[in-house]
Design a protein around this ligand. Structure first.
Ligand SMILES: [Fe+2]
Ligand SMILES: [Fe+2]
Length: 445
């Protein structure tokens, strides 16, 4: 009879390894979140938004396990992993999408997956069963992320990929110098290499990047209400697909604010992914109607232009929070109206969107409490109204002055709407808003 001995790994080691894994995934997630708004490629943006949600869930599950394992100081004592964290803080300090994505998906994530797989091999699946359950899920989903990235990466010209190699080389060497993902921290200073280690800390741009395939635009809100049921369908989808701006903002906050409570980061990653899902709902409808996003309809971060570029990033939180408070009512109304008109697909999109929005309102409140702990609630409400009003004035001015950028898009939209099939119950059509001269048809989240 062959006796198989279990793998041996002390609880102290198990918790230290998983704590470092948690910190790696968490800080990598924060860098990915911050870099979403600076990423131009649409496919990459969509992947990043989904992956920060998955990664936040992975970090959370591992963190919970560490808290069970006699190592409760999981969000403090950062000195213990100081060298590692210094390298991870450099992740978004890149000069192109290809450099950034190469660093994340060719260097850091493979190291994370290798660490998870090594842990599963070297630990005892009976004694350490709760870790195994968590890490098996992490391994499967991280592998999925890498597969998704591989398809994107292979479509990049080899010459562009080659430009990113020196950055990836430095990152690989710097991670090793810090001790790697699956070891003790080296406590070493960051690996010096001119042109790489001395890059400034990445700062959130006040103007998010848009895919170079998309045409210039000013406002996403059409300058007049819809006139037909088909236009109504398209107006809703344009509003949805442009929720991209609302994904980029909470994601940016995850990077912009250090040392926030972990739960806030975790929920904000979900928030950002929800908004990207809402954008993808719009993209899916528009594709079904025969529209190309960014070409037939505008794709523009008008909220960033009208708010953050003029009033700073801090003002955006008030505008987002203010607009979101009207979200559930707006989306529940749309759900009913679209269903009655005979468009179950748009109706369902609005139904699930609405389900997300209640959470978003709470996340916004949590951010305001975290950022302004000593400010009275009445003052926060006043500031919210002020910033929302300034935003509404900005977009009303674009529409009234005719500087809305729709001159190119509107004829294309009208032509394509005329080709769309009749809905079963057009008599239920009630145009969103009522006046082209006002913004009574306003974007909601
Ligand atoms: Fe939302
Ligand atoms: Fe939304």
């Amino acid at each position: 009879m062959i006796i198989v001995h279990p793998n041996l790994q002390e609880v102290e080691q198990a918790s230290a390894l998983q704590r470092r894994l948690y910190r790696t995934i968490r800080e990598t997630m924060r860098s990915m979140a911050g870099r979403i708004c600076a990423t131009a490629n649409w496919e990459a943006k969509k992947s990043l938004a989904r992956h920060i949600w998955l990664d936040a869930e992975h970090a959370d599950a591992i963190r919970s396990r560490v808290l069970e394992l006699r190592f409760p100081r999981v969000d403090v004592d950062l000195e213990v992993d100081k060298a590692l964290i210094a390298v991870l803080a450099m992740l978004p300090s890149t000069l192109s999408d290809v450099e950034f994505l190469g660093g994340i998906y060719q260097v850091v994530k493979p190291a994370v997956l290798n660490a998870v797989e090594t842990y599963l091999r070297q630990s005892d699946p009976l004694d350490d069963a709760p870790s195994h359950r968590v890490l098996r899920v992490v391994a499967t989903e991280q592998r999925g992320e890498l597969d998704e990235f591989a398809a994107w990466w292979s479509a990049i010209p080899a010459t562009d990929r080659a430009v990113a190699e020196p950055w990836m080389d430095w990152l690989r060497d710097a991670l090793a110098e810090a001790g790697g993902v699956f070891a003790l921290d080296s406590s070493a200073e960051i690996l010096l290499r001119p042109g790489y280690s001395d890059r400034p800390r990445y700062a959130i741009p006040l103007m998010p990047a848009r895919d170079p395939r998309w045409l210039p635009a000013v406002t996403q809100v059409p300058p007049r209400p819809p006139r037909t049921p088909q236009e109504q369908q398209v107006w809703v989808a344009i509003d949805h697909v442009n929720e991209l701006w609302a994904c980029e903002f909470p994601a940016a906050m995850i990077w912009h604010h250090d040392n926030m409570p972990w739960l806030l980061y975790r929920e904000t990653a979900r928030w950002a992914y929800d908004e990207m899902r809402h954008a993808m709902m719009g993209e899916r409808r528009l594709l079904a109607y025969g529209f190309e996003i960014g070409v037939d309809v505008p794709m523009v971060p008008d909220h960033w232009v009208g708010v953050s570029a003029r009033r700073g990033l801090a003002a955006m939180m008030f505008v987002v929070h203010g607009l979101e408070q009207g979200g559930p009512k707006w989306k529940s109304m749309l759900k009913d109206e679209l269903w009655k008109m005979g468009d179950p697909y748009s109706s369902q999109d609005c139904d699930y969107d609405w389900a997300d929005e209640a959470g978003h309102i709470r996340y916004g409140q949590d951010w305001l409490k975290a950022l302004y702990p000593d400010t009275p609630k009445s003052e926060l409400i006043r500031r919210t109204q002020q910033e929302v009003n300034l935003w509404k004035e900005w977009i009303a001015d674009k529409h009234l002055s005719g500087h809305h950028g729709y001159d190119f898009f509107m004829p294309r939209i009208e032509a394509k709407c005329a080709l769309m099939p009749e809905l079963p119950n057009p008599e239920h059509f009630q145009p969103l808003g009522s006046s082209a001269a006002t913004t009574s048809y306003e974007p909601k989240l």
